[in-house]
Design a protein around this ligand. Structure first.
Ligand code: BTN
Length: 240
């Protein structure tokens, strides 16, 4: 069952009690030619998607939203960083709680993950034109039983108004996209990896190094002995 409501001026909102994935719905509708921007919100998802083909636990108790935009001139990596900044700032504004960011797309509270972000580009059938981008954000608010495999690393933000948070994040993303505001400094200041020993896998080989910086494209710079690696994607684990 779908309801239509307006949360942010100029953004059409599609709200669902239950859906497969708000990102999937946004992709389907963009391909269908709906007017953008549009926001998709669900109270629960049956196949919530995470990064790298993983699932995102979203059977209720969270904010599951996908913002569909026409923007074409920003790379997905940078868009993910922008969305993480907007989400972290919105959470801090509405709750007063300080959050951290784990490169590239996770938001942490007290050392545990409370939010994940998955951005996607939507192409036309012949793959030569971008029809839009989708910014998918999942925030655990009052999730009751996390599955065994994530129960030690996931946490809840607390019982805050879902629609208010969605509105704040949408407004913040829109304003960051339309201004020249430098959000990289904020992102870096919130990073739990910078300056720390990290581990990552590249071409099947495990590497350990120090996370030095995040460059202007959003890549993570890691130094291992005399070598410097520029990571554009993948899992990075904090060692200490
Ligand atoms: C991750 O942690 O790997 C990213 C998780 C992204 C989850 C959100 S929830 C709303 C939107 N719909 C999805 O299917 N995924 C994103």
């Amino acid at each position: 069952m779908m309801r239509k409501l307006f949360l942010v001026k100029g953004v059409k909102v599609y709200a669902f009690n239950r859906i497969d994935s708000t990102n999937n719905e946004a992709v389907r509708r963009i391909k269908h030619g709906i007017s953008l921007p549009a926001l998709f919100i669900a109270k629960s998802q049956t196949v919530g998607k995470g990064t790298r083909g993983r699932s995102f636990y979203s059977s209720g108790g969270g904010l599951y939203m996908s913002l569909a935009l026409k923007t074409d001139d920003i790379r997905i990596q940078k868009l993910t960083i922008l969305a993480a900044v907007a989400t972290a700032q919105s959470i801090e504004k509405l709750t007063g709680k300080e959050v951290d960011i784990k490169w590239v797309n996770d938001i942490y509270l007290g050392g545990k993950k409370i939010c994940g972000i998955l951005c996607e580009r939507v192409q036309n059938e012949t793959n030569d034109k971008t029809l839009g981008v989708v910014i998918g954000i999942g925030v655990n608010l009052t999730v009751k039983d996390f599955p065994e495999e994530i129960k030690d690393i996931a946490a809840n933000l607390g019982n805050i108004n879902r629609n208010k948070l969605a509105r704040e994040i949408t407004k913040r993303i829109t304003s960051l996209l339309s201004s020249n505001e430098d959000f990289m400094e904020y992102y870096k200041s919130k990073s739990i990896l910078l300056g720390k020993e990290v581990s990552y896998i590249q071409n099947g080989v495990i590497h350990n190094g120090t996370a030095l910086d995040i460059d202007t494209t959003g890549a993570l710079i890691v130094k291992e002995n005399r070598e410097t690696a520029i990571l554009t994607s993948g899992d990075v684990t904090l060692l200490k």
